[in-house]
Design a protein around this ligand. Sequence first.
Ligand code: 4AD
Ligand code: MG
Length: 477
Amino acid sequence: MKHTKVKDLLQSNTTLTEVNAKGWVRTFRNNQFIALNDGSTLNNIQCVVDFENTPEETLKRITTGAAISVVGALVESQGAGQKYEIQVSKLEILGDSDAEKFPMQPKKHSLEFLRENAHLRVRTNAFGAIMRVRSVLAFAVHRYFQEKGFVYVNTPIITGADAEGAGEMFQVTSLPLDNLPRTEDGSINYREDFFGKHTNLTVSGQLEGETFAMALGQIYTFGPTFRAENSNTSRHLAEFWMIEPEVAFNDLDDNMDLAEDFIKYVVKYAVENCADDLKFLEGRLADEEKQKPQAERSEMTLLEKLRFVLENDFKRVSYTEAIDILRDSTPNKKKKFSYIIEQWGADLQSEHERFLVEKHFKCPVILYDYPANIKAFYMRLNEDGKTVRAMDILFPGIGEIVGGSQREERYDVLVEKMRALGIDEEELWWYLDTRRFGSAVHSGFGLGFERLVLFVTGMTNIRDVIPFPRTPMNAEF
Ligand code: 4AD
Ligand code: MG
């Protein structure tokens, strides 16, 4: 007999004489009531065991965490809270679980504790919900771009290019680290390395993506990216997933329109397709908020926040306007910021971004036209000669969720910029070719997928929204 998912059983529109369910025991009460969960939904199905006719030995093995298979009738439940339950006629233990040692007890665990048990934490309601929402969001990303005719491009994970010029990359090598080949001047001889050159894990698929956009028109990437920045914050991962659309002939305004429309689409898709999970996460967030002092509590519930984003235009503000606002702000004057904003040209820290979004505008903000010298080399220089056509989207509770720009399409201006920054033209000859053969205005952006999942699930630590977080000193599983 084929087993049926718990989700489908709970959504059945009739009772059924015989069904089979398989899953993991969440709780076993009174030697009679099993709460069975198989991950297909947040909800458990109650399985009522005929304890008088079940061997004592078997009953003892129905412990929290055990994998079981039950066969029985799907009947209307007498108990509150569920429409159907299974009247068990046959029960099989598929995998025992030592209930005393099983880390996921039927009680509330701290998120810190669960992070140390990342391999089992997905057996909890919260992580089941987060991971289902994450999966639905990933599907929505593909659906959005596919519906619009974008081509999905898999850019390389191993690359010789440093797209962001930040230099915080993980090196990829097959050289023996205890016996490195040297050149005559004593430096490492990368000609002997696997690719015959120095290579890294990619920080962004953008540069490769641009070459495809300049042939296929509209493309997007959705893949893992790696940054060796040693920032142990609740917003940074060393390995995270990024979505990077790139569109030929789009200018910065088109780019902002695309980003806003895209984010609204995927958030709406999750709201419409993850009702149970989001309701649960809303409750979790409300409990967390109650622990905070009154003044710091959010005025909106999770679903209200999501609807707010769907129903309101993102506020578009230039960097220059933002600096004026920040300079005149109370936390700046009272020196409450860790970094005081004194003059135009300052790089914005997440405290400034969050002030703009959460305190000043109270809605998502798109900041654009940043000073050239705090942004990457490939951004298009404005006529003023000092700002570039960059945009960052800032979200409440998150800070920066998107970074993007209109690209410098003028060969001479781009090369001059690269030279000024000491970026090797020869390394990027293939990138520069897009500016030599049929160059055109084009734009794109990168959305940090985990930051999106953070926002939609109302979680506050990025480690809690990726299956196996990679952060400094942490790659256990
Ligand atoms: O702003 P970033 O660095 O932009 C780029 O990489 C561009 N090449 C994108 C493009 O134009 N195609 O990164 C884009 C986004 C950030 O806004 C943030 O959401 C996320 O990626 N991000 C991180 N997420 C988690 N952990 C990190 N260490 C992240 N670094 C960036
Ligand atoms: Mg950025």
